[in-house]
Ligand binder design. Sequence first.
Ligand code: ASP
Ligand code: MG
Length: 484
Amino acid sequence: MIVMKFGGTSVENDTAINRVADIVLGRLEERPVVVVSAIAGVTDALQAMSNAAASGSLPEALKLLRKVRQQYLAVLSVLASRAGEAAVRQEVQALLDSTQDVLRGISVLGELTARSTDNILAVGELLSSRIVSAALAERGIDSVLVDSRHCIVTDASHTRAVPLFDRTSDRLRSHIKPLLQANQVPVMGGFIGATTEGVPTTLGRGGSDFSAAIIGAALHARRIEIWTDVEGMMTTDPRLCPQAQRIEVIGFDEASELAFFGAKVLHPATLIPAVEKNIPVHVLDSRHPESQGTCIRARAQRSRTVFRAIAAKAGISVINVKSPRMLMAHGFLRSLFEAFDRHGCAADLVSTSEVSVSVALDSSRDVAALVNDLQKLGEVEVEDGKAIICLVGKHIRGRAGIAASVFSTVAAAHVNVHMISQGASEINISFVVEEQDVPQTVQRLHRHFFEPTGQDGPTVIRSVTTRSPVPVLVAQASARPEAG
Ligand code: ASP
Ligand code: MG
């Protein structure tokens, strides 16, 4: 069997849902389980209306709900048969009516608990799965709507519930297997589950990918497909460098490394249940279903190029702490990082010398209080407007000349490098530059390492001695994973 998960933009209107039906039709022999997100933007709207209701603006909340109602009723035009449409319309209306009651309740209490948030957020996926299941049936597919709240069993940490894997696997096997054996196509909402007592929960934003991985792992899927609205993962951000190429295969660890830099096609951490079972995960474009997309696997083939991808993250500040006391003093770094910890600031990159430490971190953190604290340790200087560039590739460690090749390429662009780190993760080389230098640096590096016909000449690995090649992934700078 396989799992096919369709994200918010893949179900956003009747055209998109028809495409989903075509794609599923082409895979029937592989016995798919279909998992769907809410329509793009709907989970945000559901969250916004819950907040509005709790903060005394019930009219605002109801207005947002009307919009969601219109959106879902509009996609019902995908259902050609009158009888089918009437039945689904009634169910959709009933679900939205009860959502309206919950919103009124929240507004009366003036309080939004995580539990009622989950009650409302679940509605997006409940509606989409209902409609997609009906749409597949209209196209002659023997589809069966399966309520994910009966299958995905979680703890009670609402809005970011943790699945109880054993129970979930048991339930999935007993609910889903018989359907597959009867050649039926189960359709489930992603993102949602319920506690053992049956109280609805959600798995955290973007959680539909997680659902797909859980289902795939429980049912020993041969493959998991994540259908979205991008070509796949790219060797770099195409907006920075039009020569960016689709990555065909990438290692899970490389993908994880890049995710941190904004490669938000999906969050690799959500794929862990699948990766642990060695199930390949394919990221595919529902608008171009013939394209091969990107395959993420636990052990990916070595790439032909030195690196799998180049990622960049702007909006970085560098904090330099200089202290003669640091010389020979143990405990200095501990005090330094304790200060970061106290202020909830995570370091993205660190480099140290005998008398100074430089730490790169996200500029969006308010560092004033942190700086104040750090001044007890030494002289502190903050530089804003920086960016981290990160080259990811599994097999760079222990190979001569790679760092030299990176930095001579950067130097040729007359770009000044502020901090360097060759990751302990063994799979990346990262450095800090001025924000405005990012495009030309990335373009140069991409030409050098990825474009075999580029003037700088290709850097292709010829002799490789290693056993398990691993792929890398690229940063695609969308603000966050596709949200349903
Ligand atoms: N609809 C949920 C969200 O937007 C889950 C998902 O789409 O993965 O976060
Ligand atoms: Mg998503």
